[in-house]
Design a protein around this ligand. Structure first.
Ligand code: ZN
Length: 198
């Protein structure tokens, strides 16, 4: 008979005799607060990866919460990770607006995900007032803030309109003119004519 206790290592009995690790000691209130944050983010369309990065709840609970609220499983696949998207003409105007709102919230005393959430709401409210379609999803907005905070994107002041616009960190110029003051020739021409002339 093999009495080597390998099978018991890490099993329920071993776990019970060990001191409870710190994450398990989190209070009910903390849990509720994190659940509320997750609900708020899911309501704005946050992807699962974004939830995992910002909410200290187990992945399994976040997935269940997502399914309950959205009625579907969270979409798979990677997050949009490129900084280039924020630099093309129309997204750039929206990204610049969002980053302005985010920075306003930081100055107002919010931080981290709270500033991102409030900034995103402000961006959406501004768009609903003008009737323009949103270019940035919440996940895009979250990525943008991350790129900005990591110094991969930054803001430059346009020498014509004095507005601040998102630029690539390696592309910061002394004399910058924004895409609204100097639109590229193809600006706004999103659709190519179809082969059948449709
Ligand atoms: Zn300008």
């Amino acid at each position: 008979m093999d009495t080597h206790p390998v099978a018991a290592v890490g099993g329920p009995a071993a776990a019970a005799s060990r001191p409870v690790p710190a994450p398990a000691r989190k209070s009910v209130l903390h849990d509720m607060e994190q659940t509320r944050l997750a609900i708020e983010m899911i309501g704005l369309g946050a992807r699962l990866q974004v939830l995992e990065a910002e909410v200290s709840l187990p992945r399994e609970r976040l997935t269940r919460l997502y399914k309950e609220l959205c009625g579907t499983s969270p979409p798979k696949g990677m997050l949009p990770f490129s900084t280039d998207w924020f630099l093309s003409w129309r997204p750039n105007a929206h990204a610049s607006m969002l980053l302005g709102a985010y920075r306003f919230m930081i100055r107002a005393g919010l931080d981290g995900i709270r500033a991102t959430l409030a900034g995103f709401r402000m961006y959406r409210e501004h768009l609903s007032a003008t009737g323009e379609a949103a270019q940035l999803s919440f996940t895009r907005a979250w990525m943008l803030v991350r790129f900005y905070e990591r110094g991969m994107l930054q803001l430059a002041r346009c020498q014509c309109c004095r507005g601040e616009f998102v630029v690539c960190a390696h592309d910061a110029r002394q004399r910058y003119t924004c895409g609204l003051c100097l639109p590229p020739a193809r600006a706004g021409k999103c659709r190519k004519p179809g082969p059948a002339g449709a």
